[in-house]
Write a protein that binds this ligand. Structure first.
Ligand code: ADP
Ligand code: ADP
Length: 228
């Protein structure tokens, strides 16, 4: 579903963030990208939805070169969740969740119905939280809205960049286990960036262990842990 072929990214100024990356993520697979800060995880992820352009090589999503088509069209097929959720402060939880359906021109009743369904799915009662504004939620609840929003138009691919990084450890554990259940139900093709090896092992079907611009190991959790 996602395929990197000899992808290199050099930033203006000379930093080579990633070098000759080749890997594949299967449909419905959740791959965690783990490694210390500055080793190229975010750069790798942002090239998938074309927020960053590769210097060399190519990236295919569902067989199509991401650089070939319309980036807006590409991003409609790719949900994106980041640490600071980027929720619109003057939009309610329901409206925030329905952002992409709104952009796609779905009728109001259908968007609201879909938003309610998604809020239920991420464990937020839409009757209680739907009409609140983001600043009336806890950090963990805002992250749930971020996930609901990313899933609203049912994209096949989900990119998550340290989505649970800004909440306290107890809340993070709940979000992680609920996200696992959610993923079992919706089966998206997921790239999930984290610097926390425990999180990478808990969530990943496979783990891409990054070190300074290259993937040093790409294996299921048991192998990554069991390496002698
Ligand atoms: P990670 O997500 O693993 O922390 P990044 O992909 O953010 O790593 O960064 C990889 C390398 O690229 C780092 O050395 C970082 O300083 C550099 N880098 C990231 N973004 C830019 C940019 N916009 N311009 C120049 N260098 C950048
Ligand atoms: P109406 O009841 O007239 O259909 P809408 O719900 O379409 O009203 O929208 C009212 C205003 O709010 C419009 O300016 C619309 O662009 C904006 N809006 C509504 N829903 C969203 C959303 N989910 N995301 C962003 N803007 C929205």
């Amino acid at each position: 579903m996602i395929r990197f072929e000899h992808v290199t990214k050099r930033y203006p100024g000379g930093t080579t963030a990633v070098r000759d990356l080749t890997f594949e993520v299967a449909a419905g697979e959740l791959v965690t990208l783990v490694g210390p800060s500055g080793c190229g995880k975010t750069t790798t992820m942002k090239m998938v939805n074309r927020l960053i352009e590769p210097s060399e090589g190519r990236i295919l999503v569902d067989g199509e070169d991401v650089m070939a088509g319309d980036p807006v069209e590409l991003r409609r097929r790719i949900g994106y969740v980041i640490q600071s959720t980027g929720l619109f402060p003057h939009r309610t939880v329901l409206e925030n969740t329905a952002t992409v359906p709104h952009l796609l021109g779905w009728p109001r009743a259908r968007r609201r119905e879909r938003a309610r369904e998604l809020l239920d799915l991420v464990g937020l009662d839409p009757c209680v939280y739907g009409d609140r504004y983001p600043d009336q939620l806890s950090g963990g609840q805002r992250q749930r809205v971020g996930v609901a929003r990313a899933l609203a138009a049912d994209p096949p691919v989900l990119l998550m960049d340290e989505p649970f990084g800004a909440v306290d450890p107890v809340v993070r554990e709940r979000l992680q286990s609920e996200f696992l259940k959610l993923q079992a139900a919706v089966r998206k093709t997921v790239l999930f960036v984290t610097h926390d090896i425990e999180e990478a092992v808990l969530l990943g079907d496979r783990i891409a262990v990054f070190g300074d611009g290259v993937i040093e190991q790409f294996a299921p959790p048991t192998e990554v842990l069991g390496a002698p």
